[in-house]
Design a protein around this ligand. Structure first.
Ligand SMILES: *[C@@H]1O[C@H](CO)[C@@H](O)[C@H](O)[C@H]1NC(C)=O
Ligand SMILES: *[C@@H]1O[C@H](CO)[C@@H](O)[C@H](O)[C@H]1NC(C)=O
Ligand SMILES: *[C@@H]1O[C@H](CO)[C@@H](O)[C@H](O)[C@H]1NC(C)=O
Ligand SMILES: *[C@@H]1O[C@H](CO)[C@@H](O)[C@H](O)[C@H]1NC(C)=O
Ligand SMILES: *[C@@H]1O[C@H](CO)[C@@H](O)[C@H](O)[C@H]1NC(C)=O
Length: 379
C-alpha cells in the first residue's frame, strides 16, 4: 500500500517536472517562436493566441474553440440531425493547431514560384493505402516538361483514444519518410471539409504564396498530372498570376433539403435556395492567384459544410467564376457499352481527371497510359 502511494507520489512528481518542462518551452515561445519538437505550430497572428503567449500564466490554456451554445436557440434546432447540430455548434471555429507542418515545402515563401503545380490532396488519416499508391503514380514529385510538381496531403484527425493516437503516429512515420503531410488537430469529418480547405489556403498564403497552379482534389481520383501540366503550360497566362478555376462545372443547383441525403443542408444552415456556379470537389485546377483571392474572400463568408460549393461562394464574392474543362470527369467517364473494358487505358490517356479509382486500378492505369507500346485509335 505504502509502496503504491510512494510510486504515485513519484509519478506525480515526474509529471509535474514534465509539465514544468513543457511550460518552459511554451514560455520560450516568446523568443524562439517555434516549438517544433512538440509539432505544435501556434498561429502567431491570431490575436487571442498572441494574448495568451503574452500572459505567461495563460500559456497552457490553448483555447479550444468553444461551442456556440446560443445556436441551440434557433428555430427547429432540436429536430436537426446530430451531425448538422454538431456543425452549427462549431461553425465559427477556424483556427486549429497544426500537428504536422512543412513550412519549407515550397522552398520558402520567396522561392515558391518554382512550384508549377502543387497537388493538394484531401486525405484522412486512415487512407494509408491511397496515399501510398498516389506517391508512386500521378502524385509523384517530379519535373514534367521541366515543370516542378509537388505533393501535399491535407488531413485532420479521426477516431479517439488509442486508435486516434495510432493513426497520428502513422502520419508521423509517413511524414518522416515522405515529407508530404499537413495535419491539423480537428476532426476530419465530411462536414469539416470546408474547414480543411480554409486551413490549407491559410497555410498556402503563409508558406507557398507564389505556387503557380494547384490541383485540389480527393485521394480517390485518377488524375493525369502530365496532361495537367501540358494544359496549364499551353495557357496564354501560364505563370499563375491570373484568374483560373476550372473543372467539372455545376450550375443552377441549390441545397438538398431532404434530411436523408449526405448533402443535406437545412434552412438553418443556408436559407437561400440556390448555390453559385462551382466545380465538383473531386478535383479542380486553380491558379495561385485565385487560391489567394478565395482565401481572402473566405474570411468574411460563413462556413458552408459543402466544400466545393463554398469555393464557388468565395469566387462569386470576388466577382469571379469557375469554368468547365471537358477533361475533368468527376461524374465518371462515358463508356460506350458494357461490352468494352471500362478501364481501357485509351479512355484515360487524354483526360485530366476521373472520379473514383481503387488503388489497384490506379496503379495499373498509371503504368498502362505510360506504356510506349500503347496503341489507341486517332483521337
Ligand atoms: C492578459 O492580461 C491582460 C492584463 O493583465 C488581461 O486584460 C487580459 O484579459 C489577459 N488576456 C488573456 C487572454 O488572458
Ligand atoms: C436562448 O434563448 C433564451 C430565451 O430567449 C434565453 O434566455 C437564453 O439565454 C438563450 N440561450 C443562449 C445560450 O443564448
Ligand atoms: C452564435 O449563434 C448566434 C445565434 O445564431 C449568433 O447570433 C452568434 O453570432 C453566434 N456566435 C458566434 C461566435 O458565431
Ligand atoms: C469539426 O472539428 C471540430 C474540432 O475537432 C469538432 O469539434 C467538430 O465537431 C467537427 N465538426 C463536424 C461537423 O464534424
Ligand atoms: C488579399 O487581401 C490582402 C489584404 O486585404 C491584400 O493585400 C491582397 O492583395 C489580397 N490578395 C489577393 C490575391 O486578392
Amino acid at each position: 500500500m505504502r509502496n503504491i502511494r510512494a510510486r504515485t507520489v513519484l509519478l506525480a512528481g515526474g509529471l509535474s517536472l514534465l509539465v514544468l518542462h513543457l511550460c518552459k518551452d511554451f514560455i520560450d515561445l516568446k523568443t524562439t517562436k517555434t516549438i517544433s519538437h512538440l509539432h505544435l505550430n501556434v498561429k502567431r497572428n491570431n490575436p487571442q493566441i498572441r494574448q495568451h503567449i503574452k500572459n505567461n500564466s495563460h500559456v497552457f490554456s490553448w483555447q479550444r474553440c468553444q461551442q456556440n451554445m446560443s445556436i441551440a436557440n434557433i428555430s427547429g434546432f432540436s429536430s436537426l440531425p446530430g451531425s448538422i447540430k454538431d456543425f452549427l455548434y462549431h461553425r465559427h471555429c477556424r483556427h486549429f493547431p497544426m500537428l504536422l507542418d512543412l513550412p519549407d515545402k515550397c522552398g520558402g515563401a520567396g522561392k515558391s514560384a518554382d512550384v508549377f503545380l502543387l497537388l493538394v490532396i484531401k486525405s484522412s488519416p486512415g487512407n494509408y493505402d491511397r496515399r501510398e499508391v498516389l506517391r508512386k503514380t500521378w502524385a509523384k514529385e517530379r519535373l514534367h516538361n521541366g515543370m516542378l510538381i509537388q505533393r501535399l496531403f491535407i488531413s485532420g484527425t479521426t477516431s479517439s483514444g488509442f486508435e486516434k493516437k495510432r493513426l497520428n503516429k502513422l502520419l508521423e512515420v509517413e511524414q518522416r519518410e515522405y515529407n508530404d503531410i499537413l495535419q491539423w488537430d480537428f476532426s476530419d469529418t465530411f462536414y469539416n471539409l470546408t474547414l480543411k480547405q480554409i486551413l490549407f489556403l491559410e497555410w498556402m498564403e503563409r508558406n507557398c504564396p507564389n505556387a503557380r497552379f494547384l490541383l485540389n482534389g480527393d485521394d480517390d481520383v485518377f488524375a493525369n498530372t502530365d496532361n495537367m501540366v501540358e494544359y496549364l503550360q499551353s495557357l496564354k497566362d501560364n505563370d499563375g498570376s491570373k484568374h483560373l478555376f476550372t473543372g467539372h462545372l455545376i450550375q443552377n443547383v441549390g441545397p438538398i433539403r431532404s434530411s436523408g441525403s449526405k448533402y443535406f443542408i437545412p434552412v438553418q444552415v443556408q436559407e437561400s435556395d440556390s448555390y453559385p456556379p462551382y466545380c465538383g470537389g473531386g478535383g479542380f485546377l486553380l491558379s495561385g492567384y485565385t487560391a489567394l483571392v478565395i482565401y481572402n474572400m473566405s474570411q468574411s463568408i460563413t462556413i458552408l459544410p459543402i466544400d466545393d460549393v463554398y469555393m464557388g461562394m468565395c469566387l462569386a464574392k470576388a466577382g469571379l467564376g469557375p469554368t468547365s474543362h471537358m477533361g475533368v470527369r468527376t461524374a465518371g467517364l462515358h463508356i460506350p457499352s458494357s461490352s468494352v473494358d471500362g478501364y481501357n487505358p485509351c479512355y484515360y490517356k487524354e483526360v485530366l481527371l476521373v472520379h473514383r479509382f481503387l488503388s489497384a486500378h490506379m496503379f495499373l492505369m498509371w503504368h498502362r497510359i505510360h506504356d510506349p507500346n500503347l496503341k489507341c485509335g486517332s483521337s
